[in-house]
Ligand binder design. Sequence first.
Ligand code: DP6
Length: 326
Amino acid sequence: MKIEVSAPSNIALIKYMGKIDTAGNRPTNSSFSFTLDELRTFVEIEKTGDKEGQDDWQPLSGPGFAPFEMSENGKIRFLRHFQSLKKELGLNGSYVVRSANNFPSDCGLASSASSFAALTLAVSKLAQESGRETPSRFELAEVSRKGSGSSCRSFFAPWALWTPTGIRPLDLPVQNLRHSVVVVTSAKKKVSSSEAHRRVVTSPLFTGRPERAEARLADLLAAFREKDWEQAYQICWSEFWDMHALFETSKPAFGYIEPGTIEVLQTIREIWQSEKDGPIVTMDAGANVHLLFRDNQTELQKKIHSFFHPKYSCFSSGAMTTSGQG
Ligand code: DP6
């Protein structure tokens, strides 16, 4: 039996950073994300035998898949989640799990969200086809969270809210956003997000962080409900700087911001100042800059891509791999 599924990535506007429970990835604060429907991880699972303990991971190849290799640690973590899913859903035997993304791994997009969500969905489909009861989407999101926290938000679209007590979709009057990443560097990051979660609690700024994130979340949802795009931009700007300030004030301090990051951020700020409009800006635990545009800002999105080209490549969700051409 062979199962094939895919799941989308997501970009957080209010960040999950800091855990109260590392084992179950329980967050210290709520996070809120936009689902990137076109950026997906594809997972294929095939049974290889009845004996336990011989699960394996391989890259999935095929047209439309970006070349993909997982680090040894990445494979161990992925297969560990696979094994705990098998146990939870009552599956036996050995399997080969193949996976790939339809987006380049060097564009600053956390692929762990889509990878773990797709793996969770694939195992639930396998269990369903073997006659087991299918868990609800909410239950699957909870299970996926244990593999990688941010993956639980990929079960809902276009908006997902993950609070310390659960995950749910949100209905907001802002939809059909377009997403771009300005790729300042494609170098592998030195501190993983999981390590960042562990270190930020040592920052003196971590005191009050859950309260700041919750207050910003309330303000951001109000801004979206009132369709106040500029207010939303300002809140998201403060939020990613808050997270990067935690990184820089941890003990030992670490950081992701590169000279190019500052250049891109300054340019976007100048656009906002001169046009009184612009994209929402956010950053993950990396140097690259994520932009969200309204669907009536396609000209601005193209303009920004060409502005940064050829110095930095831009990746846009709608147009697979662009190098600045929009
Ligand atoms: C900065 O979900 O990658 O992207 O739960 O340890 O797998 P683990 O961490 P992960 O953390 C993502 C952190 C972030 C912000 C966010 O997506 O909310």
